[in-house]
Design a protein around this ligand. Structure first.
Ligand code: BTN
Length: 233
């Protein structure tokens, strides 16, 4: 079944392997258009970043948006920040951990996986996949995890998707028209461990935020190094 909300068309499934996988396949066949969304109640093979799996039982939110922005390839990573900042605005009382995690009380409640199809030097399409722990979260995780109910936020997956789309519509349009500045500003204002000592890969340093491309800035011995999203994903 499908339904519309604002400028988005939502294709709803009871179960899929992965909404990112389905969105990618349908977009490759030209049967999914710009701003169409694949939504599933649960996933049997949810994908996380760095080839991890994403635990996806019923009760949480799993969706992927197909986008065809007219932007340079070098700007596409910014879109993952547009997505997580829109989710942050929808959930409130959350912080964001580089590159694309949403935290409440220092625990991960949502993640974002961006996958794109590149043709020659152009972007064919981008799939922005988001998973939010609403009713439950996995217990064995590298970083501590939580869920919205545990944090006192009572909302259904469908209502959260609508709240997200309210925010995403504005922020995405702002990014298309004016670039990364607004998204970057909101991300920085709500960044986890900004100006604190962090460990990134094998490196330690002070986290200075993100640059114009979304790279992480790490200060170590008075030198600032850039760690790109691509380095760790
Ligand atoms: C992460 O590792 O933090 C990113 C997790 C992204 C999970 C979402 S759930 C909906 C979409 N479909 C997938 O297979 N993955 C993303």
């Amino acid at each position: 079944m499908y339904w519309s909300y604002k400028n988005f068309v939502i294709h709803q499934f009871s179960e899929l392997e992965s909404t990112n996988k389905t969105a990618f396949e349908l977009a490759s066949n030209h049967t999914l258009s710009d701003r169409e969304i694949i939504l599933a109640k649960k996933q049997s093979a949810g994908r996380g970043r760095m080839s991890r799996n994403w635990s996806s039982p019923e009760g949480n939110l799993y969706f992927s948006i197909l986008l065809k922005p007219q932007k340079n390839l070098s700007e596409l990573n910014q879109l993952s920040f547009v997505g997580i900042v829109a989710l942050h605005l929808a959930v409130r009382n959350s912080t964001m951990k580089w590159p694309n995690d949403l935290l409440i009380n220092q625990k991960k409640v949502a993640g974002l996986l961006l996958e794109s199809k590149i043709n020659q030097k152009n972007c064919d399409f981008v799939v922005v996949g988001i998973g939010v722990n609403i009713a439950s979260n996995p217990s064995q995780t590298i970083f501590p995890a939580s869920n919205l109910h545990e944090c006192g936020i009572e909302i259904t997956p469908e209502d959260l998707l609508k709240k997200f789309l309210d925010e995403f519509e504005n922020l995405y349009q702002n990014w298309l028209d004016f670039g990364f500045a607004k998204t970057r500003r909101i991300w920085m204002q709500n960044a986890h461990k900004l100006n604190e000592e962090i460990k990134c890969g094998d490196d330690f340093g002070v986290f200075l935020g993100i640059d114009e491309d979304g790279n992480l800035l790490l200060k170590k011995d008075e030198r600032i190094s850039k760690i790109s999203v691509a380095d760790v994903s």
